[in-house]
Design a protein around this ligand. Structure first.
Ligand code: ADP
Ligand code: MG
Length: 293
């Protein structure tokens, strides 16, 4: 391909809302064998809503929701937004949170009304020696099998509730995966979420490879392993927790409304947030570069 044909192709892509930030990304995209996706905010809209509240240890619904939302008021995670919205909608007044800390990829902690709260996944509870009974673990699995994101709440070192939020798949997700398969590529899902949640979403979309419960700092290493197994790899993410993965992939593709750091780490930006653009970009790269080995 000549420099001119590459210019024509990237110009055409821009017209479709696909911005190539680096010229060689078009060449690398042509050789991609697998496209890996982040889940939250990428395959899903990233605006989950509270779906389940199961109080334990003698708490009631309002008491649990109010305390959990109060802790979450200091967090920027999409889960936190869901809790704040639900507490507001149900008319609860939030309390002040002290000693707040975000535990990236695992949860949050904070002190509310004289109690220490820990919110997050099962692994986080185990790491703090908070027992998760088999009945609770079964409850988590059944909520996660519905594709929901589940987290646990502990008060004073004792489990006090199970909560879940439900996110909506991006309207373009299903077709986008089909189109990649039609082009002969494999698809993968990489998420920090629970195995059962990840598998439910992957099954719904027809995704081939699933890696769940991946800590943000391990996403890049996991991509390097996947690349060794499957060949040239593109990664699609929204930049929340996954900027290193965007930078590590052979081609990092960021969803347009993502963070500035996502755009800085990406080779390609999808301005229109249409996941079908991934297959369109690959098709365009093949068309443009079909004459070279
Ligand atoms: P993803 O890879 O899907 O973006 P994260 O790495 O952000 O997921 O989070 C992984 C898991 O950690 C979540 O599924 C949840 O169980 C737990 N978690 C993270 N942040 C919070 C929070 N603010 N409140 C409760 N749980 C959280
Ligand atoms: Mg995300």
């Amino acid at each position: 391909a000549t420099p001119i044909s590459i210019m024509v192709a990237t110009g055409r892509a821009a017209g479709l809302g696909i911005v190539f930030r680096r010229g060689d990304a078009l060449q690398r995209l042509r050789n991609a064998r697998v496209v890996a996706f982040d889940k939250t905010g990428t395959l899903t809209l990233g605006r989950p809503a509270l779906s389940d509240v199961l109080p334990l240890a003698g708490l009631d619904h309002a008491g649990l929701l109010t305390a959990v939302a109060s802790v979450q008021s200091a967090s920027e995670h999409p889960i936190a937004h869901a809790l704040l919205e639900a507490a507001r909608a149900q008319g609860h007044t939030l309390a002040a949170v002290e000693q707040f800390a975000a535990l990236t990829g695992a949860g949050v902690q904070g002190r509310v009304a004289g109690h220490d709260w820990l919110l997050g996944n099962e692994a986080l509870m185990r790491s703090r020696d908070i027992p998760v009974e088999p009945a609770v673990a079964a409850r988590i699995r059944s909520l996660a099998a519905q594709g929901k994101t589940v987290f646990l709440a502990a008060r004073g070192g004792r489990l006090a509730g199970v909560l879940a939020v439900a996110d909506t798949l991006r309207p373009s997700a299903r077709e986008a995966i089909d189109r990649l398969h039609a082009l002969g590529l494999k698809t993968a899902l990489i998420t920090g979420d629970h195995e059962a949640t990840a598998h439910a979403v992957a099954r719904e979309l027809g995704i081939d490879i699933v890696h769940a419960q991946t800590l943000p700092e391990h996403k890049a290493a996991l991509l390097r392993d996947l690349r060794r197994e499957t060949g040239m790899l593109a990664f699609v993410g929204d930049g929340i927790n996954d900027a290193p993965a965007l930078a590590t992939a052979d081609v990092g593709i960021a969803i347009g409304q993502g963070t500035d750091v996502a755009i800085e780490s990406a080779d390609v930006v999808l301005m229109n947030e249409d996941l079908n653009s991934v297959a369109r970009a690959i098709a365009l790269s093949r068309l443009t570069l079909r004459n070279i080995g």
